[in-house]
Design a binder for this molecule. Structure first.
Ligand code: GTP
Ligand code: MG
Length: 611
């Protein structure tokens, strides 16, 4: 008996696995009002035998009872009523099957919902059916929808020239739409797979080959969509592993550091070389760790998993683990399509928070390239801010570099969310990495220096009186850097120089509590430190500070913010991003202090009294 139950279960599980394995594709049907979108969908459901049994007959019977002509569009309403009662399925979606795969139709009932879903990734269409009425021809919405499809990056498009029965299947109507609409689409960079003459109402060229259009030898609608490609399966794509957390085990001699997260795409095995971005730190996978699971050597998409590395690296949460030959982009500026749903507009010169994969950073709007209002799909020109329900192509910039991909390459690292205060106010997709000679920081510094109101005493005059040059000395590396910094201040001061040490921790004072508790804290500390360095070096001092935890981007920002004054960066440990490096093996702080002192002499920052 027991055996029989087990066998049954097995079979059941097998069946379930089979169902799960069928490929799915999301398609959207768009077009001008009344051009036949719902009829096309109704036909697709009916002609592929995807309707619940008896549904077609039931709706037809209902129509004849009410003396109304039957419409395929009614099928959708009937299904939606049913779904609304069952409250199981999103009412904007319905399904049909072909031998090849299952299709989920996103019937875009309200543009706002549809666009929001598309841009934020709740429902992403992989292909679009654009419906145009053969008799009415190309209308305003036909153009707007074409634009939308291109903006959302849907590259698989088929145009249905519908209601051919109304023009007696005259190819002239079809041809004129083909030539006019393809010219329009070319400008948008959209190349439709096919223009198909159809009659949705009569079921011609949807699932069959219509005898009415003897002049058309191309494929029908089902053939075209079955021919659309799915993107690469996640296993085949480059490795993307956003680091969610780093756990350090210290008990009983266990000194493992586990990098934890979920593999979003690609695969990775023990022994693979890996690189963390944006830091650029490299190592090799030593072990694959999975809670409560047998030892394994490989991980793939969807695995929530941990890794230990061959080298002991300081990796921060939010970094992206990739393989060296398949690195993501790293940068601060990018082009993106955004859907804005915030109560307050997205404006320039305001700081927002960007969440992308596991990383969080601050973000600013640099430029609005083009914008459409999602409620009526009107293009709004000359806009420099985004209001609620605007969909726009924008240029954005983060404070520190982030690792990301273009949406057409890898979606999980191209999608982001914008947080305004505590609310998710927008979502978007990155379409292009942008290079820029300037950054928000350098632009700020140029502006600041242009408006700097100086006193009557020049820095060179101060340097003459003080007997040394002004300099910002920044120490980093292991924790001894703080001791070294303090000793350096003492030594310089005792020698009669105007040296001043400041602990970075002091800068936390007076910070708003919401900044202190947030991920902005670090950015704000660096910003304060840089501005302060500019002021103190401007007053002719040797300004010294130390932190054990600065990355190359912090240093770049500090260099910029201290401009036009000079900086010297020193690292205790070996790291080529610093001007001067002391290997940890020296250990002797006093030696390092004396050595820095003589470097200052060498560079004529301070005079050499020993001569
Ligand atoms: P909205 O959702 O209101 O934008 O309309 P729609 O694009 O979904 O159009 P729908 O499918 O509701 O069709 C509009 C009208 O056109 C209906 O009366 C349909 O019967 C009719 N229609 C649709 N396809 C055809 C066709 O191929 N031939 C003819 N003659 N009429 C059609
Ligand atoms: Mg409709």
């Amino acid at each position: 008996m027991l055996v029989r139950v087990m066998q049954m279960r097995k079979i059941k599980t097998k069946g379930f696995e089979k169902m799960e394995k069928r490929e799915q594709m999301n398609i959207v049907v768009v077009g001008h009002v009344d051009h036949g979108k719902s009829t096309v969908i109704g036909r697709l459901l009916a002609d592929t035998g995807s309707l619940p049994e008896g549904k077609l007959e039931q709706v037809k019977a209902m129509c004849s009872r009410n003396a109304r002509p039957f419409e395929y569009a009614f099928l959708l309403d009937a299904l939606k009523d049913e779904q609304a009662q069952g409250i199981t399925i999103d009412t904007a979606r319905c399904f049909f099957k072909t031998a090849k795969r299952d299709y989920i139709i996103i019937d875009a009932p309200g543009h706002v919902e549809f666009l929001k879903n598309m841009v934020t990734g709740a429902a992403r269409a992989e292909a679009a059916l654009l419906v145009i009425d053969a008799k009415e021809g190309i209308q305003e919405n036909s153009r707007r929808h074409g634009y939308l499809v291109s903006m959302l990056g849907i590259s698989q498009v088929v145009v249905l020239v519908n209601k051919m029965d109304l023009v007696d299947w005259d190819s002239k109507y079809y041809q004129s739409i083909v030539s006019e609409y393809s010219q329009f689409l070319v400008k948008l960079g959209v190349e439709p797979a096919e223009f198909i003459p159809v009659s949705a109402r009569e079921g011609e060229n949807i699932a069959n080959h219509s005898k009415r259009a003897s002049w058309y030898a191309g494929p029908n609608v089902l053939q075209v969509i079955d021919g659309f490609r799915k993107g690469d399966i996640p296993e085949k794509k480059p490795l993307r592993f956003p680091v969610q957390d780093v756990y350090k085990f210290t008990e009983l001699g266990d000194d493992r550091r586990i990098i934890a997260g979920t593999v979003e795409s690609g695969t990775v095995s023990v022994g693979d070389e890996i690189v963390f971005l944006p830091s650029g730190k490299k190592s090799e996978i030593k072990t694959v760790e999975m809670f409560n699971s047998p030892q394994r050597t490989k991980a793939g998409p969807g695995n929530a998993i941990g890794f230990t590395l061959r080298d002991e690296l300081y990796i921060k949460r939010g970094e992206l683990m990739c393989k060296p030959q398949e690195e993501s982009s790293v940068g601060k500026r990018f082009r993106a399509n955004i859907f804005w749903m915030g109560r307050s507009p997205l404006i320039k010169n305001k700081k927002y928070k960007l969440k992308i994969a596991a990383s969080r950073t601050s973000l600013r709007l640099v430029d609005v390239v083009s914008c459409i209002d999602a409620t009526d799909l009107n293009t709004i020109t000359g806009k420099q801010q985004l209001d609620r329900h605007d969909v726009a192509e924008c240029v954005l910039e983060t404070t520190r570099p982030i690792a990301f991909d273009k949406v057409e390459d890898i979606e999980c690292t191209a999608r982001f969310v914008i947080v305004d205060g505590y609310d998710i106010a927008g979502g978007g997709i990155i379409t292009e990495a942008l290079k820029s000679d300037t950054s928000i920081t350098t632009e700020h510094v140029v502006r600041r220096e242009n408006h700097w109101d100086s006193g009557l005493v020049k820095l060179s005059e101060r340097e003459n009186v003080f007997g040394h040059k002004a300099k910002f000395i920044l120490l980093s590396g292991d924790s001894s850097c703080i001791t070294v910094a303090k000793k350096l201040e003492r030594k310089l001061f005792d020698a009669g120089f105007n040296a001043h040490y400041l602990s970075i921790e002091n800068l936390e004072e007076g910070m708003d509590s919401d900044v202190l508790d947030s991920l902005d804290k670090r950015d704000e500390m660096v910003r304060r430190l840089g501005e302060l360095a500019r002021i103190l070096t401007g007053s002719g001092q040797i300004f010294i500070t130390a932190s054990s935890n600065l990355d190359r981007y912090d240093i770049e920002i500090l260099k910029d913010l201290n401009k036009p004054n000079e900086i010297m960066t020193i690292n205790i440990g070996n790291d080529d991003k610093f001007m001067i490096n002391y290997r940890e093996s020296y250990q002797d702080n006093d030696f390092i202090v004396s050595d820095i002192y003589s470097k200052l002499v060498e560079e004529s920052i301070i005079p050499d009294y020993s001569i």
